[in-house]
Write a protein that binds this ligand. Structure first.
Ligand code: PLP
Length: 355
């Protein structure tokens, strides 16, 4: 792929690595490519990160034909930069796009675009412990026309921002509200895609959770509101009676790259992993009778997020005394070890960026 480069007059000042937060500072450049019905994907370019202009009738603003991905570049102690299973993000975006009737952005082009942009932005990949460069590929319809239909023009873009250690003060377990009214996804819907609309519909649940002193929502299945599915931007796993439970990938749950990696590791460590429908009543019961040993969310941003408490209707269950579980900690150390290059990557999951 030929990538045109438009140089910035002046580079931005880099923020303090100890105070990055999440998604606050954008890097100097972005990758852009356009799609038209006649020509397919054209004009790959890396250009200064700056506002783009859209017609107010741009269909995305009205009908949300938008998909995205989330991944990271990690700087190892020796100064190397590496990605984690980028082809998984590329393939997932193709699946999301298929569901939303958007053109596929080919896997090899996706990985190349991300690599080339990170190479240009190598000085933005932070080196403080726990920090990384968050990468946000996304795609949306750019046609201007009111009327719901497949668009004739799309844009694929990649932006980046350095992000801080997710747990600045050590890993803290979170309180989770089990949502028994609102739903996130149903079979046949868009739950398995990373599309903007899924998140717009979930904010109300998040607001409700925060009002009740919780930081996240645990969504139940959209039909019976009975089976546990996933958290806002994380998949969720439970250790009950020595075995692992997590919702199956059947169209409603997002197929997380972290989820897949953790399942691989757990099976290698000899755990039985049940990808099955777990009823929330059984989860609460396990919490009360002591068989619920650990619970944690999995996702690119936090990697592993231990759950300390579940609130469901009038019932509250504490997990492991609101402390991070042994297995949760071990998984966190091992997977982040691979990502930051401190642990041997025996799975071949990391991809070097030869910057
Ligand atoms: C992104 C996301 C996840 C986690 O996926 P990863 O690939 O592990 O980052 C899980 N659930 C939802 C709803 C998500 O948006």
């Amino acid at each position: 792929m030929d990538i045109r480069f438009v140089k910035r007059e002046q580079l931005k000042e880099k923020p303090d690595q100890k105070n990055l937060g999440f998604g606050k500072y954008m890097t100097d450049y972005m990758f852009v490519m356009d799609w038209t019905k006649e020509d397919g994907w054209i004009d790959a370019r890396i250009v200064p990160h700056e506002p783009i202009s859209l017609d107010p009738a741009c269909v995305t603003l009205h009908y949300a034909q938008e998909t995205f991905e989330g991944m990271k570049a990690y700087r190892t102690k020796s100064g190397k930069i590496q990605l984690f299973r980028p082809e998984m993000n590329a393939r997932r975006m193709i699946k999301s796009n298929e569901r939303l009737c958007m053109p596929a952005f080919p896997e090899d082009m996706f990985v190349e675009a991300v690599k080339e942009l990170v190479k240009v932005e190598k000085d933005w990949v932070p080196s403080e412990p726990g920090t990384s460069l968050y990468i946000r590929p996304f795609m949306f319809a750019t046609e201007s026309a009111l009327g719901v239909h497949m668009a004739s023009k799309y844009k694929f873009m990649v932006i980046c921002c350095p992000v801080g250690a997710y747990y600045a003060e050590g890993i803290n377990p979170v309180k989770i509200l089990v949502e028994d009214e609102l739903v996130r996804a149903v079979q046949g819907g868009t739950g398995f895609t990373k599309c903007g609309g899924n998140y717009a519909g979930s904010i109300l649940g998040q607001v409700k959770a925060e009002k009740m002193g919780c930081t996240q929502v645990l969504w139940l299945d959209g039909v019976h509101r009975k089976y546990v599915e996933e958290v806002g931007t994380m998949n969720i796993m439970f250790k009950i009676g020595g075995e692992i439970y997590t919702a199956p990938i059947e169209g409603t749950v997002l197929p997380g790259v972290t989820r897949d990696s953790i399942i691989h590791i757990l099976k290698d460590w000899g755990y039985k992993v049940n990808e099955t429908h777990l009823a929330v009543d059984d989860l609460m019961k396990a919490g009360h009778d002591g068989t619920l040993e650990e619970a944690f969310g999995t996702g690119t941003a936090a990697v592993i997020s231990p759950v300390g408490e579940f609130v469901y209707k009038d019932d509250i269950v504490k997990v492991n005394n609101f402390e991070i579980g042994k297995l949760t900690q071990k998984l966190y150390d091992y997977l982040t070890g691979i990502q930051w290059g401190d642990v041997e990557d025996k799975y071949g999951w990391t991809v070097d960026i030869n910057a």
